[in-house]
Design a protein around this ligand. Structure first.
Ligand code: FPP
Length: 262
């Protein structure tokens, strides 16, 4: 087994943590929270927190690619976020556009395919254009999926799926009795993407905030007090090490999982 040994210093103590490269989460999802608090602590405005947040996005995307994570989903903008002050919404939209423009070539070079989930039609038209271009250019990439949740809400996604199902039933394209959990997934914005194995939330809040409600049924949750702008490669490795220490039972018993019982 290929093992990656990591060393880091925490509170002056040297901790050694091992990441098993054979047992990496296939899909990591992140609720990037705490940009505002990070800025407040430093007597800066909220937008400065988001700017530092984009730097953290870059570092985490690179770290995931280098580790061999196959899907990274980032909660970049929720449907509820539209209710924030216009100045902050505009700044976030600007940062998103700038990120896509700046990172597109590097994504292609690093074989990263961009995907977007959410009501992307709500985004300003110029952001939609940049997004479409980036999606198109990175389409042939198959090393990793960077999945951005934009104007996303879990309940809206489920509702959208139900509407799709009803419409197909009406058109005679599918039958009610043929509907299964697997087929339901095909109507979600995440169709074709396996459910997250690990959901990370920064800044200490124990909430799922309308994120991937259907998909996180069996996802391991990891909450850290670290604020998103301070989240880096080391923090990501800590989260993965914690994930690897858990036993995922999917409703079975430990004995069944370890092959001691039918
Ligand atoms: C939460 O912090 C963060 C957001 C609402 C936006 C996340 C966006 C980015 C990191 C930048 C843009 C993203 C990409 C992919 C380029 P908060 O403002 O809710 O923090 P608070 O709870 O401390 O106020």
């Amino acid at each position: 087994i290929q093992r990656l040994t990591l060393l880091w210093s925490q509170k002056g103590v040297c901790i050694m943590e091992e990441i098993d490269k054979e047992k990496l989460p296939h899909h990591i999802a992140i609720i990037m929270d705490g940009n505002g608090r990070w800025a407040k602590k430093k007597f800066l405005n909220r937008i400065s927190g988001h700017i530092k947040g984009v730097k953290a996005v870059r570092e985490v995307v690179t770290a995931c690619r280098e580790l061999g994570i196959k899907v990274l989903t980032l909660y970049a903008f929720s449907i509820e976020n539209w209710r924030r002050p216009a100045e902050e919404v505009n700044a976030l939209m600007g940062l998103l556009k700038e990120y896509l423009q700046k990172e597109c070539a590097e994504m292609v070079q690093n074989n990263i395919r961009l995907n977007a989930i959410g009501r992307v039609e709500d985004l300003p038209l110029d952001v939609q254009t940049t997004l479409r271009e980036t999606l198109e250019k990175t389409k042939p990439c198959d090393g990793m999926i960077l999945n951005l949740a934009l104007s996303y809400g879990g309940r809206s996604e489920i509702l959208h799926a139900v509407q799709g199902i009803l419409s197909d039933l009406q058109k005679g394209k599918s039958k009610l009795e043929e509907m299964t959990v697997q087929r339901f997934h095909e109507y979600l914005w995440t169709h074709g993407i396996p459910d997250p194995d690990l959901l990370i939330r920064t800044s200490g809040e124990f909430r799922v905030s309308n994120f991937l409600l259907w998909q996180i049924a069996y996802t391991e949750l990891y909450v850290t007090d670290t604020l998103w702008p301070d989240f880096d490669r080391k923090e990501l490795l800590k989260a993965i090490a914690d994930y690897q220490s858990r036993e995922r039972r999917f409703g079975l018993t430990s004995e069944q999982l370890n092959g001691r019982e039918e």
